[in-house]
Design a protein. Structure first.
Length: 94
C-alpha cells in the first residue's frame, strides 16, 4: 500500500473502508478527509448558508463514523455518504 494519504477520486478502496469500519483511526481519518470537501459542498447547497452548512457537515461526518461499521455496501460508498449528508442537512433545516 502506498504511503500517500490521498484518497483516489473514485473514493476509498475496500481495504481502507474495512480498516476504518474496524475503528482504525488513521484509516477513518483518511476516509473522512477524502470526503470532507464533498460533504461540505453538499451542505452549503442544501442549507444555503455557511453556518448551517458547517453544523450539518459536522453531523454528517459523525453519522458516517457511527454508521460505517454497518455500511453494507449495497450501494457505492459515495452514494451512501451523499444520503447520510442530505439527511444531516434536512435535520439541520428542521
Amino acid at each position: 500500500m502506498s504511503s500517500s494519504s490521498a484518497v483516489p477520486p473514485e473514493g476509498p478502496d475496500e481495504i481502507l473502508l474495512a480498516r476504518a469500519a474496524r475503528g482504525e483511526r488513521d484509516a477513518l481519518d483518511r476516509v473522512l478527509r477524502g470526503e470532507q470537501q464533498r460533504i461540505y459542498a453538499i451542505c452549503v447547497r442544501m442549507t444555503g448558508n455557511e453556518a448551517d452548512a458547517r453544523d450539518a457537515a459536522q453531523e454528517a461526518m459523525l453519522a458516517i463514523c457511527r454508521g460505517l461499521p454497518g455500511f453494507d455496501r449495497r450501494s457505492a460508498f459515495r452514494t451512501w455518504v451523499y444520503r447520510v449528508t442530505t439527511n444531516a442537512c434536512l435535520d439541520e433545516l428542521r
